[in-house]
Design a protein around this ligand. Structure first.
Ligand code: ADP
Ligand code: GN1
Ligand code: MG
Length: 356
C-alpha cells in the first residue's frame, strides 16, 4: 500500500461500517486539498478522505452540510437524475471519525462505472458537466432551513482574495516576488474588476463553489454527468461562482497547470456546449441579471483562482498541494492566459449566450 505513512488507513477504515475485511487502500485522485484514498474491501469499494482542517477550520460544520445536502439529493433521485454521494457511517453511527491525532475522516460509497477527468476533451463533456452542476443547484433550491454553514467564509469574495495577494506581495516571505513579476503586473492591472460580482445585487442561492471539471463524475458508457462530488464548499453563494469555475475548467482543453501556454485558449464550441448544458437545467430559475453576468463570471472566477495560485506561490505553497517546483506559478500563468483568451473573445461569447 502506497499511502501517506502518517495515516494508518487500515485502522481508520476499520472505524467505518465497511463491508468485509480491507483488501487494499491507495491514494486516489488529483484533488488539491484533502487526502483521498480508494479502499477496497471484500464486499465493496469506498472513498476514504481526511478533511484538510487547515483549509476547513470547522470540519464538523462541513460534515453537517454534506449530510444534509446528500440526504436532500437522495430524496430527489429519480430516473435520469443521476446519482448522489452516499456517506458511509462509522460503526458507532457517526458521519465522521476523529482520530487520536485530531484528523477528521469520512467515507463514501465508491461510484463505479464513472470517472473524473483533469482536462476536457470534447464539447459534449462540457455540456454534460454543466448540465449536472446546474441540476445540482436546482435540486438544492428547496433545501429546508436553516441556512447551510459557511465552511470557508468569503470563499469567492474576489476583492478579499485580491487583498490577500497584496498582503502576500508586501510580505514576500518566500522571496519569490521577483520570479513572478509579469504575473503580478497582470493581476494588479485588473484590480478594478474584482468587486463587480459581489456588488451586483445578485440573489444568494445554495451553490457548489468548486465546480471544476474533475468534481463531476461522467458515466463511462453514456458520458452523462452522473454525480457531482467534492461537497466541502457547498454553501450559500452566487450561481455565477459555479458557472465561472465551469468556464475556467471546461472551455480550454489544457490542464490547469499546462506549461505550454499556446494550448491554453477558450474554445467557442466548448463554451457554447457549456452554456447549453447549464441552461438546460439552471435556465428555469436564472434571473436576467444572472444571465447578463455569465461571460463576465467566467473571466472573473478564472482570474480569482489565478490570484489564489499566485498568492500561494508568494506565500511559499502553504495552501494547495504542489508536485513540482513553481507549480503554483505555473497554475497562475495558465489561469491568466485563459483570462486573456476570454477577454479577446468576450463579444463572441456574449453572442453565444444571447443565442442560447
Ligand atoms: P479534493 O477536495 O481533494 O479535490 P475530491 O472529493 O474531489 O477531493 O476527491 C478527489 C478525487 O477522488 C475526485 O476527483 C474523484 O476522482 C475521486 N472521488 C471522490 N469521491 C468519489 C466517489 N464517491 N467515488 C469515486 N471516486 C471519487
Ligand atoms: C481546490 O479541492 P479541489 O482540488 O477540488 C480549491 C478550489 C480551487 C481548485 C483549483 C477548498 O479544489 O477552490 O478552485 O483547487 N478548493 C478549496 O484547482 O480551496
Ligand atoms: Mg476535488
Amino acid at each position: 500500500m502506497h499511502t501517506n505513512p502518517k495515516h494508518d488507513v487500515r485502522a481508520i477504515s476499520q472505524q467505518f461500517a465497511l463491508a468485509g475485511p480491507l483488501v487494499s487502500a491507495e491514494p486516489y485522485g488529483s484533488g488539491h486539498i484533502n487526502d483521498t484514498y480508494r479502499v477496497s474491501c471484500a464486499g465493496g469499494q469506498y472513498i476514504l478522505q481526511r478533511i484538510n482542517h487547515a483549509v476547513f477550520k470547522n470540519p464538523v460544520a462541513v460534515m453537517e452540510n454534506i449530510h444534509r445536502v446528500t440526504t436532500h439529493l437522495h430524496a430527489k433521485l429519480h430516473n435520469g437524475a443521476g446519482r448522489a454521494l452516499t456517506l458511509v457511517p462509522t460503526r458507532a453511527g457517526q458521519i465522521y471519525f476523529r482520530d487520536a491525532a485530531g484528523n477528521y475522516w469520512r467515507a463514501y460509497l465508491f461510484i463505479d462505472r464513472a470517472h473524473t477527468y483533469d482536462a476536457v476533451e470534447r464539447p459534449q463533456q462540457a455540456y454534460q458537466a454543466a448540465r449536472a452542476f446546474g441540476r445540482f443547484q436546482q435540486q438544492l433550491a428547496d433545501l429546508p432551513a436553516p441556512r447551510l454553514h459557511d465552511t470557508i467564509p468569503d470563499f469567492h469574495h474576489t476583492p478579499k482574495r485580491f487583498a490577500a495577494l497584496l498582503a502576500a506581495l508586501g510580505g514576500d516571505v518566500a522571496k519569490r516576488a521577483a520570479l513572478a513579476k509579469p504575473e503580478i503586473d497582470f493581476a494588479l492591472r485588473r484590480q478594478a474588476l474584482t468587486p463587480v460580482l459581489v456588488e451586483a445585487g445578485l440573489p444568494e442561492r445554495i451553490t457548489h463553489n468548486d465546480t471544476k471539471f474533475n468534481n463531476v463524475m461522467l458515466d463511462d458508457v453514456t458520458g452523462e454527468g452522473m454525480c457531482v462530488i467534492d461537497l466541502d464548499t457547498v454553501m450559500p453563494g452566487l450561481v455565477l461562482y459555479d458557472f465561472g469555475d465551469m468556464v475556467r475548467t471546461t472551455t480550454s482543453p489544457a490542464k490547469e497547470d499546462e506549461r505550454d501556454l499556446a494550448k491554453v485558449t477558450l474554445q467557442l464550441p466548448m463554451f457554447e456546449a457549456l452554456v447549453r448544458g447549464y441552461l438546460s437545467t439552471a435556465g428555469e430559475f436564472l434571473t436576467a441579471a444572472e444571465r447578463r453576468h455569465l461571460v463576465f463570471a467566467g473571466m472573473l472566477i478564472t482570474f480569482e483562482i489565478g490570484i489564489r495560485f499566485l498568492t500561494d506561490f508568494l506565500n511559499g505553497d502553504t495552501y494547495f498541494k504542489t508536485h513540482r517546483e513553481n507549480h503554483n506559478l505555473d497554475r497562475a500563468r495558465t489561469q491568466f492566459r485563459l483570462v486573456e483568451s476570454i477577454e479577446q473573445q468576450t463579444e463572441a461569447m456574449e453572442r453565444v449566450v444571447a443565442a442560447a
